[in-house]
Write a new protein. Sequence first.
Lengths: 500, 251
Amino acid sequence: MSGTYLGMPAFPPPPPPAFPEAARDAVHDQTLRGNLRHATHTIRAKRARAVAEVSDWAALREAGMRIKDHTLRHLDRYLVQLEESVTAAGGTVHWAVDADEANRIVAGLVKATGETEVVKVKSMATQEIGLNEALEAEGIRAYETDLAELIVQLGRDRPSHILVPAIHRNRGEIRDIFRQEMGEWGRPAPEGLTDTPAELAEAARLHLREKFLRAKVGVSGANFMVAETGTLVVVESEGNGRMCLTLPETLISVVGIEKILPTWQDLEVFLQTLPRSSTAERMNPYTSMWTGTTDEDGPRTFHLVLLDNGRTDTLADEVGRQALRCIRCSACLNVCPVYERAGGHAYGSVYPGPIGAILSPQLRGIASEIDASLPYASSLCGACYEVCPVAIDIPEVLVHLRERVVEGGRTTREGNKVVLRPAKGHAAERAAMRAARWAFTHPGALRTGQRLASRTRRFHPRTLPGPGRAWSGTRDLPPVPAEPFRDWWQRTHDGRDRGE
Amino acid sequence: MRVALFLTCVNDTLYPDTGRAVVKLLTRLGVEVDFPMAQTCCGQAHYNTGYRHEAEPLARHFSDVFGGYAAIVTPSGSCGAMVRELYPRMGERARAEGRGDTLAATLAPVVPKTYELTEFLVDVLGVTDVGAHYPHKVTYHPTCHGLRGLGLGDRPLRLLRAVKGLELVELPGADECCGFGGTFALKNSDVSGAMGADKVRNAEATGAEVLCAADNSCLMHIGTTMARLRTGMRPVHIAEILASTEEEPAV
C-alpha cells in the first residue's frame, strides 16, 4: 500500500485556470466528448421518462421549492431545533464556520477514537472541504466506498459529476485503473478482469468488503436532516452507504446547513423528486435514516458537523440564495450542452455544471480567476431551469453573478457586508457596452454606423485576426447587406422619420 | 389592425430581408405595419452580459418608442423574451435597490403587448395557413428563448406544416442550444463552436436544404458555422418562408 498517496493529487492543488481555458482541452478530447455525450444523453432520456410518468410533477416541484424557501427563511430556528433533536437522540452536534474548522473537528474526532482509517459514504460536503486531504495530513486514511468515487480515488483523479463522479471514464479505462491500482490500496483486482459491468462491480465489491468489515469509523454526508426528530437521511443506489452508516462504531456526518427539512412530511416530496431527477429511478434502492444512536444497533457514537462554509453569505443575497435549494440531483448537469462539451473538471470545483457555476462563485466568492469566469460558462439556454426539481432559476442567478463580476457592488463575505470593486479584465467590454448603450439611445448615431458598415461591406473580411478569432475561429463573419432595413423602409414607405 | 414592427438591431443592420418579409407577410394578412424609426435595441446583450444598469436606458427608450401601439411584433424569440420576461425583472430589481416603482411603471405597458411573430400569427390573428408557398426541404430549430422562455411550443411547426410545397423534416436534438448565447459565443468560443458544429451536423443529417428558425441571432451563429464547414445548407428565418408565395417566391 502506498504510504504517501491517499486521495486527490497534490494538496493544496494549483489554482484552476479560468473556465474557457480549462474547457478548451476537453472540447478537443474526442474520447472524453464521446464518454460524456453517451452518458449524459442516456441519463437525460431516462430522467425525462421517469418524470413524465408522474402526473403531479409540477406540483411536486413547486412544493419542493416552497419547502426549501420556507426552511431557508427560518434557518436560524430550524438549526437550533435540529441541534436539540440530535442531542436528545444521543448525538453530538458541532458547528463549523468554514472548511478548516470542519476538517479540524473531524480529524480530532477520528484521532480521539485512536483509529487511523475511515470508510466514507459518497459526500459532496466532505469533498467541498477537502476532508480526505486534511485527514491524510493527520495520518488518517480515508477510503471512498461509492463505486464511482472509488474509481476516482484509485485513478488519482478528480470527480467530474455530482452523481456519477467518474462519468468521464469508460469501462476500459475503469478496468485498467482497477488492475493497476487496487493492489496498492488493499485487495487486488481478480486475475483476468474484463470490462464487463458485472465483473467490474464484483471486483469493487470484493475490494471494499474487507474495508467495511475492518473499519471502526465511518464518515458521511447527508441528503436531508429532519429538524423535528433529528433524523439524517442518505439516499443511494449501491448499499455501500448502508454499510458505512451501520457497521462502524463511530459515525461522523458532515452536512451543509441548508440540508434541513422541518418535518418528515416535507421529506416525502423530495424522496419522490430526487431519485427521478438524479438516477431516473422511481425509488432509489437504499434509503438510510438514523436518529442519534440506538443501543446495540449501529454506531455507538454519532457526531454531526454542521457546515456553513459560505452558505450564510449566499443566503444573504436575495437573488442568489435560491441556489441553496439544491438537492444535488445533477439533472442540470445532464441536460447542459456546455457541461457535455467542457466536462466537469473545467468548473474547478466539486460542484460542476450549471449548479456549480452559481454555487462556487457564491460559496467561495469571485476573487479567483475560475470563480469570476464561472457565471459566463453558460449560453443561458434555460435547459437547467426546466429540469430542476426545486425550480432554481439558474440563468437568472448566472446573470446576477455576471453583474457582480462586472459592476461589483454590495455583497456578503464571511458574514460581513462588503462592497466589491468591478473585476479586472472587463475594461474593454465595459467601454464597448457603454458605447453601444450611447448609440442605442441615439438612433441617428446607430443609423450612421449601419450605413458605414453597409457602404464599406465590399472590404469586410470573412475572418478576423487577433481577439476577433474568438468569433472567426469556427465561424465566418456574417455578410453585411447593401442597406439596413430602416433605409429601405424610409425609401419605400411613408418616408417620415418620426423617431429622430 | 395596426401594429408596430420591432425588428431588432441585429435584423435591422444585418438581416433586412427578414424585416421586408415580416412587412410583406403581415400586410398580406391585412395588418397595417408601422416601423417606428426611433427604435434601436431592447438591451438584451447588455442585460445578459451583466450590464443591467446600462440596459435600463435602452428599455426605457423601447418603452418610449413603442408604448403608444396596441401591439408590438418582433421576429426574434430572444428579444421578445427580453421584453416579456426580463423587463418586469428589471423593474423588480430597481425596486429592490431602493429606486422605487418608476422603472417598473415605465416598462409595464409594453410587456403584455409584445409578441414574437409566430405567436402573433397563431394567437392574435388566429391563422396557421398564411397562404405561403415554399417548395423546399426544411428542418426547424426551436431557439432556446423562444422554446423555453416564451413557450412558443409547436406554433412555428404548425405554421410551417401549412406551407404549400414545403417538406418538413425533424431535426435530431432539436431542443439543444446552438451555442450562440450572445457574448457567450466570444467568451467561451471553444465550447460555443463545438455546440454550433454539432447543431450543423445534426441539421446536415436531415438532408434538408434549409434550416429554419424564428431568431436571426441563432441563425447567424448556425449559418456562419455552416459557411465555415462548407455545408450546402442555408439558414432562413421563418418569416421569409411564410412571406414566400408562388407569385413572389423567396430566393
